[in-house]
Design a protein around this ligand. Structure first.
Ligand code: AMP
Ligand code: ZN
Length: 469
């Protein structure tokens, strides 16, 4: 498997640290608002990377954080007159709903910055002891970039140019910095802000330290893949490398993956310019599977333009797969024969070639655009070769291949037929009878079956009530 590594600016053979196991850390969102479709891009891309690796039989340890202490969260909390945890908890819950709707798997761990303050203080202490950080007069702790020889290795930046030319690195209020490239590890609280006790001042962490600490805690000092959007390369990821490698004395992440930016109508996404969509906005117009399909239809490193036309094209593409599976299901209901006949064996073998094509595309730095083309070729093949004369075994083989490949992309292509009210009520009656007969296993089975189809049961004093989830 080849992965483009931002560190070497090359596609490299991917070899996990431990055979069969992969550790991935993906920088997650700052939770002060509903997530926008730009935030959804890394979620979908790296979830697909994870799914493909799991499909290969690798065990993936996937960590993605929520940044729940930040200026934007504090500002919003002040506007609403609530604690900042009210804002962050609200948007973590909303973000999780969006992830579910996008079929993004829950991470192995979703750590939150505010729950990892001890670990951050510990790492800051180590950096101070190692001479990689210093405390300014007002209690701010800065990382001393000059003390870390490799600073700039990820972003391939020339440090002297950065120091001399980039005045914007001198943020106001940070005039106690020794060097414009030094960055904050811990800073004093301001009036009305959340804060924690520390040896340096009552205050809160800088942004970068949380990811170094969470990555170490949940995945160890050395990890396989660290990922996020390309805006994070500098300074966030550069600073994470400096902190982690200076504190741990070991190389941090071996492969750095970055997704390109999502633009709207060829312009940078901007709230004030009016070209800005949340995932929720898109969910009102489209099945969010279409958004997922849209994101995967381009290479993850390329910039991606979002427009109404391109979404319509994505809708058509996604529906082509769904329709094909639905046709195969229709044929399957009528078909007979558990064994393939005539030419079918040969055709089924030929169909496996599309899965090989799919794998080859994914192995080449996750070229999901080509992987989806392979699914389309398979769909065309299935549409041409499956008929009312086909055996059930043959149709099943074609359908399973389409569903499996789509599933690796996290695309749900087999729609559960909506259950009719009478069917539901009949099953509820059967469950009541089973309970009366003390056949609780059957009663539970029916409840689970209904729940899988999105029907929720509630046992009330007036009897059983049901609703669609
Ligand atoms: P943030 O909440 O701004 O820290 O962003 C969370 C994640 O979304 C990071 O990995 C960002 O790089 C990514 N991201 C933000 N905006 C975009 C965008 N327009 N296109 C692609 N990725 C983005
Ligand atoms: Zn991060």
């Amino acid at each position: 498997m080849k992965i483009y590594n931002t560190l070497s600016k090359k596609k490299e053979e991917f070899v996990p640290h431990e055979q069969g196991k992969v550790s991935i850390y993906v920088c997650g969102p700052t939770v002060y608002n509903l997530i926008h479709i730009g935030n959804a891009r890394p979620m979908i891309i790296f979830d697909t990377v994870r799914r493909y690796m799991e499909h290969k039989g690798w065990q993936v340890n996937y960590v993605s954080n929520f940044t729940d202490v930040d200026d934007k969260i504090i500002k919003k909390a002040q506007e609403e007159g609530v604690e900042s945890s009210v804002i962050s908890e609200r948007y973590i819950e909303e973000c999780k709903k969006d992830m579910k709707a996008l079929n993004v798997k829950t991470a192995t761990v979703h750590p939150k910055a505010t729950e990892e303050i001890d670990g951050m203080q510990q790492m800051i202490k180590t950096l101070l002891e190692n001479g990689n950080a210093y405390v300014a007069k007002d209690g701010t702790v800065y990382f001393k970039t000059r003390s870390f020889r490799d600073y700039g290795k990820l972003s391939h930046k020339n440090l002297d140019d950065l120091r001399g030319g980039n005045r914007s690195l001198l943020v106001s209020g940070e005039d106690q910095k020794e060097d414009p490239l030094d960055f904050v590890l811990w800073k004093p609280k301001k009036e009305g802000e959340p804060f924690w006790e520390s040896p340096w001042c009552e205050g809160r962490p800088g942004w970068h330290i949380e990811c170094s600490v969470m990555s170490k805690k949940y995945l160890g000092d050395e990890i396989d893949i660290h990922a996020g959007g390309e805006d994070l390369i500098f300074p966030h990821h550069e600073n994470e490398i400096a902190q982690s490698e200076a504190a741990n004395g070991k190389p941090f992440a071996r492969y750095w993956m970055h997704n390109g930016f999502l633009n709207i109508d060829n312009k940078k996404m901007s709230k004030s310019a009016g070209n800005f969509f949340t995932v929720r906005d898109i969910g009102e117009k489209y099945d969010l599977q279409v958004l997922r399909f849209f994101m995967l239809s381009a290479h993850y490193r390329s910039p991606l333009n979002f427009s109404a036309e391109l979404m319509e094209a994505a809708k058509n593409g996604y529906e082509r797969i769904v329709t094909s599976v639905s046709n195969l299901n229709y044929l399957l209901e009528k078909a007979q024969g558990d064994t393939m006949r005539g030419e079918e064996e040969k055709l089924a073998e030929e169909a496996k070639g599309f899965a090989d094509k799919f794998d080859a595309a994914m192995e080449d730095d996750f070229n999901t655009a080509d992987a989806i083309s392979a699914i389309f070729e398979l769909v065309k093949f299935a549409n041409t070769n499956a008929s009312e004369e086909s055996s059930a075994a043959f149709i099943k083989a074609l359908k399973e291949e389409i569903v499996t490949l789509s599933d690796i992309c996290g695309l749900l292509v087999e729609k559960a037929e909506e259950m009719l009210d009478e069917e539901i009520e009949q099953l509820i009656e059967e469950r009541q009878a089973a309970r009366k007969a003390k056949n609780f296993a059957r009663a539970d089975e029916i409840r689970n079956m209904l729940s899988e189809r999105g029907i929720l049961l509630e046992d009330t004093r007036e009897g059983v009530k049901w609703k669609r989830a």
